[in-house]
Design a protein. Structure first.
Length: 277
């Protein structure tokens, strides 16, 4: 897992601030130009696509093909959203087990679902998508969300241009990790195999000025119903249009099974951004 290695180099949060400062300065310059040309008014509407694609893959990711910082943007080119995570109080992550909850980036894919598979390399299985393609649109990377109650960042996703406008989610793609797909079918040391009535679901809420905006969106990632065990094992598009404009989003996961693995893969989030002076 890659992280900042020298004191002289800027932290990733400082890097993000510098990047976002460039974005904000660019927006401010547009506002200023518009003010001079059009009596002080400026409007711009555009789509923000979270591809989790970065031009510096070789230096960004560690040997384990994972990357984590407490704040990171959604791609090299689009940086108005920050995805957040939490670690074990250490200044630097030295091991994947220092990661507690929230988002990290992954390049891992593992489609094998068979009894005993996850015991061979559980950490790799936890952060590998079980889908046929690594990313939702044949991309190289995606985000993994891990939910651990009591160890989560205060915001899951933050809109960093709230002073200039609004951000409205439209859609995203989800998939289970290899670890989840194997655990719910075969069980493991910590969790039994799923039975009829068992489920794992993802819960998404948006907040504006600290008040929930729009409706709550829930996605059944695993659902053992009358038809049998249903597991999302390929990228599935999820409609987010019921959510509202947000300053930040909260992601949570829930299961009726004690010690169920609460992980999922996320990619291709599309949001509508409206900037106005």
């Amino acid at each position: 897992m890659r992280h900042a290695e020298t004191a002289a180099a800027p932290t990733h949060l400082e890097f993000i601030i510098m990047k976002f400062s460039t974005v904000i300065c660019g927006v401010s310059a547009l506002f200023l130009a518009a003010s001079c040309l059009d009596g002080g008014s400026f409007k711009s509407n555009y789509n923000e696509y979270c591809s989790f694609e970065f031009s510096d893959v070789s230096t960004l990711y560690g040997n384990d093909s994972l990357y984590f910082e407490t704040d990171f943007p959604q791609s090299s080119n689009n940086q108005s959203l920050a995805f957040r995570g939490k670690r074990n109080g250490e200044e630097k992550i030295t091991d994947i087990h220092d990661f507690r909850g929230g988002f990290l980036l992954s390049l891992l894919r593992d489609t094998l679902v068979c009894e005993g598979h996850i015991s061979e390399n559980p950490s790799r299985s936890m952060y590998s998508t079980v889908a046929d393609t690594t990313g939702s649109e044949n991309s190289k990377g995606f985000a993994v969300f891990q939910y651990l109650d009591g160890y989560m960042p205060s915001e899951s996703v933050s809109f960093l241009l709230t002073a200039y406008g609004t951000c409205l989610p439209k859609l995203m793609s989800v998939c289970n990790t290899n670890y989840v797909a194997n655990t719910v079918k075969y069980g493991n040391t910590y969790c039994r195999a799923f039975e009829q009535g068992d489920y794992i679901k993802l819960i998404i809420k948006t907040y504006l000025s600290k008040v929930q905006s729009g409706e709550t969106v829930e996605v059944k990632l695993v659902d053992y119903d009358e038809s049998g065990l249903n597991v999302i094992d390929n990228w599935k598009r999820v409609d987010l249009s019921k959510l509202g404009d947000f300053d930040y989003m909260i992601f949570e996961m829930e299961s009726n099974v004690p010690s169920a693995p609460l992980y999922c893969c996320i990619d291709g989030m599309l949001c509508s951004v409206a900037i106005e002076n």
